[in-house]
Write a protein that binds this ligand. Sequence first.
Ligand SMILES: CC(C)(COP(=O)(O)OP(=O)(O)OC[C@H]1O[C@@H](n2cnc3c(N)ncnc32)[C@H](O)[C@@H]1OP(=O)(O)O)[C@@H](O)C(=O)NCCC(=O)NCCS
Length: 184
Amino acid sequence: MAEKSSASSLGDGAEVSSVVSIRPARTSDVAAMVDLIAPLVDRRVLLGKERVTLFESIQEFVVAEARDTGEVVGCGALHVMWEDLAEVRTLAVREDWLHRGVGSLLLTTLLGRAADLGVHRVFCLTFETEFFTKHGFTVVREPPVDPVVYAELLRSQDEGVAEFLELARVKQNTLGNTRMIIHF
Ligand SMILES: CC(C)(COP(=O)(O)OP(=O)(O)OC[C@H]1O[C@@H](n2cnc3c(N)ncnc32)[C@H](O)[C@@H]1OP(=O)(O)O)[C@@H](O)C(=O)NCCC(=O)NCCS
């Protein structure tokens, strides 16, 4: 079933919606997601994810499927961290599909998921500052949580949360990335 997405701020999304549909990921999409993500991991743009991690977090993912071929041409995940905080992760569009609005469609769908969950602050760690700025994200220097929540988040085993908290053991993963957040 296609997933609803709010209209993209980069156009109304109608044109791209006629060629791709956004839907919840299925376990059978993992192979295509690995192919999509691998070159970006090699370039250190995205954090590498084990196949098992993708299966374990499959419900967090949406994919963009080309309507004509059924191929997966983009993916992205929303990971809830706390009562009013989530992270957009592993947002990726296949190289031959870039700049056609697919990334915007995926992102607005993930923000819609956050709103449905009652989460109104969404974080990302990215090199794509222009793209996220166009979608209303702003740069933050520090992890935007109070000390009590920070202490609770330290109990998480999740690598992405460790990156969010800027823990020394994952510092090399996040070099050059910008920490951004949107409140809505
Ligand atoms: C970030 C990313 C997902 C964006 O994907 P995308 O599909 O190219 O995104 P969009 O097409 O919606 O928007 C990108 C650009 O295309 C433009 N655009 C969107 N629709 C368009 C259209 N129909 N025609 C022409 N241009 C269009 C946008 O204005 C935007 O312009 P910019 O390149 O000047 O910023 C993609 O670049 C990517 O996979 N990056 C690597 C992974 C990454 O860094 N992910 C984020 C951290 S998790």
